[in-house]
Each structure stands twice: as structure tokens, then as C-alpha cells.
Design a protein. Structure first.
Length: 476
């Protein structure tokens, strides 16, 4: 006689998550900020007064389940639509059906799963029908709708943000599945609170992952006359490796790199290393992380520790030479160094301020004294006239103006007193004092600005021709 297994019973052919899907708000776990007593979304569902909306949240938090609950409670026609398998033709057919129902006074609720997978043309096909009320659109997405849903369509929808479930909510779901006749009630499963907690922790707030893990653990449990016992050894095989939520082209990619960058900026090496490892475990290219570290070295450390840039570049080269998994320690080295380095964003601020002036101000011609004069004609046009060669002075400084006249008093770089930049700040202050003093000596206040300088004080006369004009030199 052939022995039957769980897989031979049709009750167990569907995944556990589908069999035990809640069909009421009372059975729904989590999202108390939306579905708690008196919350807006709960009232809209209970009163059957829903409008077009977008459910945004990570996988396994109840977006499709909420749509299923709405389908069971609304008096409107409910159509389940998948962005993965449907195109423009299917959309138009459904819209025509909805328009005919509207003329008969029947509302149509259209649920679109994975709405971010629709392109702009497909999303535009919904817009006129949403505007005139032919359909009430409910979209579900794991991606930020600000980027993935057309602005015109998004403006006509309320966005409800669903959060990852807490461990207590996951444990509640697991216990419900064990007691549900559609779940494992008849199998008399023995599983400890500690094991349930391990599954909940492993799932990272994803109910579907938790239920799938429970199902695998039960199917691989020890069978006896009393029922099925989930063993620690069998459970560990089910949760030996976590499938991290990470899409290298999606929002979580940017969330994690933002967390890494801000942890380093906040001088928190432990958090920074954690977020870096999350990215690596999710399959991120180590060279991408290394490139972001190079940017950070100048943007957030800068002159406070110029060695930071060398460390970051060296980490990039090490990642290029070795690749994963060996290069993870080099990235850790760079992340820890950048986290603990003194911080200064003065270079970043100087660059941004200067870019604004470059964009908004007219393009000033290069002053004549800063131009090279390699030809006779250029000399006759006064190219290089008035150039002062800093190396001919004891201080290696001159009072020559290098900025265009319209920006001569503009300051972009404001060094901080953080780390090694304090010495840079003192040096810059000395340079500014020297130039101010030199300017006062050269242009005393009691003298008229129109007075011609004595010949002996003209730097142009005392410098060799080559150094005055900058010929055969390129000053950067």
C-alpha cells in the first residue's frame, strides 16, 4: 500500500501563506498605525468609502491581504490585476468593463499588484478612468511611489505606508497558522516559543517568509504517533541563510548607502560597518561602495585629514585587485578610518557655493595678469602684464588679485578647526593678514586712488620679464 504524504492532500498543495490569509481586519496582524481602532484606513474599509490609494511597503507586510479584505467587504465589483502579466490591451478591456458598470451605477475597485512594474504609458491608461470615477484604483508597490508612479496618477491617490511587521506580530501569525484548520491544526505540531521566536527574527518583518519557513520546518520535522515535532537541527537548516531585502536598482539600495554615509558622518564605526555588510551580503558591487567612500573622504573629512582620501582610494584599488569575498576587510578598514577621522565639510561647501556663482554670474574673462603671453601679439595686448611671481618673494606670497573684479571679495573656502584643518585655517588667516597689510602699504588711505605709484614700488619693474608675464610657465 502506498504511503500518503502531506503533498498528496489537496488541502496542502497551496502555500501556507495563501491558505491562512486573513479575511477580516480582526485577523489581520500589524499596521496598527493604519488599522487600529479609529484609524482612517480602518474606517474607510468598514464604511465602504474607499477612494483610490497606494499601499507602499516592503514584501510580506499585508498589501495584498488588505486588498483581499477590501474585496470581501466592498459592495463594488472587485477586479484583481497583475502588473507582471498584463499589458495595455488587458488594461483597456478592464477599463471598458468598468465604464459600462459605472453607467449602471456599479462601482469597480481595481487592485493592481506590483504597480511600479507598469511603464508610463500603461499607468497613463488608468488616469482618465480614475479621474471620472469609473474605477477606484488600489495599487501595491514595494518601491517609492514618488519615483515609480506617475505624478498625475499619484496626485489622485492616497498613499498608505505599511511597515515591516514586529516580531510579536509575526509570532501571532505563526501561532494562528498552527491552530488554523487550513494550516497545521490537524498535524498537532510541537514547536517551542524559542523556535517561533527564531523564525520571527529570521523573517525580518516579512510574514510570507515567516510562514514559508514554518511550513518548511514542519514538513521536515520528526513524525510520530503524537504528531510532528520541529527539531532545532531541522529548523537551523531552514534559517541558515537569510535572504536580505536588497535591490541594487531599487529604493533599498539608496536607503542603505545613505545609512552608511550618515553613520560615518556621525563618527559611528559600528553602525557604518553594519550597513556596509548589509550591502555586501545583499550582493552589492564592492567597487560601488568603495567609490562612495572616496566621495565621502573629500566631502565629509576633507582637509581635516587629507590621508582619508588616500585610504579610500587604496581601498578601491584593493577591491579591484581582490574582489569579493576577500576585499570586505579592506572596505571595513576604510569605513572605520573614515568614521573615526575628524570631520570637515568645508571643501564640499566651497565647491557648492562656487558652482552657484559659476551658474548665475556672467562668465568673467581671465584677468590679463593671469594670462600667458607666448607670442609678440599677446605681449602687445598686455597679456601677463602685472603678473607677480610668488617664488621671488621671501613669503612666497604677493598681493596680486587673482579673482575677476566682480568676485574679488568673495570667499568660498572657510576652513574649520577640526583635525589638521586647524593648521590650514591659521595659515589662511596669515595669508589674508599679509595681503591686507601689503594692500595698505601699497595703497595708503591718505593717498588718492588716482596717484601714480613710485617706480621703485612697482613689482612689474623689479621682476624679470619671463616671471612677470608667465611666459613658458603654466600657473595652476
Amino acid at each position: 500500500m502506498e504511503q500518503l504524504t502531506l503533498f498528496d492532500d489537496r488541502r496542502y498543495t497551496a502555500p501556507l501563506a495563501s491558505r491562512v490569509r486573513p479575511d477580516s481586519l480582526e485577523a489581520f496582524a500589524g499596521q496598527e498605525h493604519l488599522l487600529g481602532k479609529g484609524r482612517m484606513l480602518r474606517q474607510l474599509i468598514e464604511k465602504d468609502q474607499i477612494s483610490s490609494m497606494i499601499f507602499w511597503g516592503p514584501p510580506g507586510v499585508g498589501k495584498t491581504t488588505l486588498a483581499s479584505i477590501i474585496a470581501g467587504s466592498t459592495k463594488a465589483d472587485f477586479i484583481n490585476f497583475s502588473a507582471v502579466t498584463s499589458g495595455i490591451k488587458e488594461i483597456k478591456n478592464v477599463m471598458n468593463q468598468a465604464e459600462n458598470s459605472r453607467r449602471l451605477g456599479i462601482r469597480t475597485v481595481l487592485f493592481v499588484d506590483e504597480i511600479h512594474r507598469f511603464n508610463k504609458a500603461q499607468q497613463d491608461a488608468f488616469l482618465p478612468f480614475v479621474e471620472k470615477g469609473s474605477i477606484i484604483l488600489i495599487g501595491a508597490t514595494t518601491e517609492n511611489p514618488s519615483f515609480e508612479v506617475n505624478a498625475a496618477l499619484l496626485s489622485r491617490c492616497r498613499v498608505f505606508v505599511l511597515k515591516a511587521l514586529e516580531e510579536k506580530d509575526i509570532i501571532r501569525l505563526l501561532k494562528s497558522a498552527l491552530e488554523n484548520p487550513a494550516g497545521f491544526k490537524e498535524q498537532h505540531v510541537k514547536i517551542s516559543e524559542k523556535q517561533l521566536g527564531a523564525i520571527a527574527a529570521f523573517s525580518s518583518g516579512d510574514a510570507r517568509t515567516a510562514l514559508n519557513t514554518l511550513e518548511t520546518a514542519v514538513l521536515n520535522g520528526e513524525i510520530s504517533a503524537e504528531g510532528i515535532t520541529v527539531t532545532d537541527e531541522g529548523l537551523m537548516q531552514c534559517i541558515s541563510r537569510k535572504s536580505l531585502l536588497y535591490d541594487k536598482n531599487g529604493e533599498e539600495h539608496y536607503n542603505l548607502i545613505s545609512a552608511l554615509h550618515k553613520s560615518m558622518r556621525n563618527s559611528d564605526p559600528d553602525a557604518a560597518i553594519y550597513w556596509m555588510c548589509r550591502m555586501l551580503e545583499g550582493g552589492e558591487n564592492p567597487l560601488y561602495i568603495a567609490r562612495r567612500l572616496i566621495r565621502f573622504a573629500s566631502e565629509d573629512v576633507g582637509m581635516a585629514d587629507s590621508r582619508a582620501l588616500q585610504v579610500a582610494v587604496a581601498a578601491y584599488q584593493a577591491c579591484h585587485f581582490l574582489g569579493m569575498p576577500e576585499c570586505d576587510v579592506h572596505l571595513t578598514h576604510a569605513v572605520a578610518y573614515l568614521s573615526m577621522a575628524p570631520k570637515s565639510n568645508s571643501l564640499y561647501m566651497a565647491c557648492e557655493a562656487c558652482k552657484e556663482d559659476v551658474k548665475r554670474q556672467r562668465a568673467e574673462p581671465v584677468p590679463l595678469n593671469l594670462r600667458n603671453a607666448p607670442t609678440k601679439l599677446m605681449k602687445e595686448l598686455n597679456y601677463g602684464k602685472g603678473y607677480e611671481y610668488a617664488h621671488d618673494t621671501e613669503e612666497k606670497l604677493t598681493h596680486m588679485q587673482c579673482m575677476p573684479d566682480s568676485l574679488k571679495d568673495r570667499k568660498y573656502y572657510h576652513p574649520t578647526v577640526s583635525g589638521e584643518e586647524e593648521a590650514v585655517k591659521r595659515r589662511l588667516e596669515e595669508i589674508e593678514r599679509f595681503r591686507k597689510l601689503s594692500h595698505q602699504e601699497t595703497f595708503p588711505e591718505e593717498e588718492s586712488s588716482e596717484k601714480v605709484l613710485p617706480e621703485e614700488k612697482s613689482s612689474e619693474k623689479t621682476l624679470p620679464e619671463e616671471k612677470r608675464t608667465g611666459e613658458k610657465r603654466t600657473e595652476v
